[in-house]
Design a protein around this ligand. Structure first.
Ligand code: FES
Length: 121
């Protein structure tokens, strides 16, 4: 993608604030409700932020209540390990949850890309 096209793409996307980085403890999470789904926003020990659907690909367990380690979360129901980066189940387990682009603004706001919130068509 050319630099101009990348800039246009960035300009056409909107981001919404869903809370402050300081509101989520390290290795913790916060649930964000959108019209279509529930999103789990995680903070790693290194202050990285990830957002994935709060629905385990196994049997829809609440991933926001799981244990965060490295860049993964372990589901509280049957211990599947889900990558926070890709949303994919790790190891021998198969399946994936939707991921959302997320970033932290200079003022500490956690921002989620609204383009990722649109319902799947
Ligand atoms: S529902 Fe998550 S491991 Fe079973």
């Amino acid at each position: 993608m050319s630099e101009g096209a990348a800039a246009m793409n960035a300009m056409s996307e909107n981001w919404i604030a869903v809370g402050k980085l300081g509101d989520i403890p390290r290795l913790g999470s916060r649930r964000v409700l959108s019209r279509e789904r529930t999103i789990a926003v995680f903070r790693t020990v290194n202050d990285e932020i990830y957002a994935i659907e709060d629905k385990c690909p196994h049997k829809e367990g609440p991933l926001s209540q799981g244990i965060v380690h490295d860049r993964c979360v372990t589901c509280p129901l049957h211990n599947w390990v889900i990558s926070l980066e890709t949303g994919e189940a790790q190891g021998a387990d198969e399946g994936a949850v939707k991921t959302f682009r997320v970033r932290v603004a200079d003022n500490g706001d956690i921002l989620i890309c609204t383009g990722d919130l649109a319902p799947a068509s």
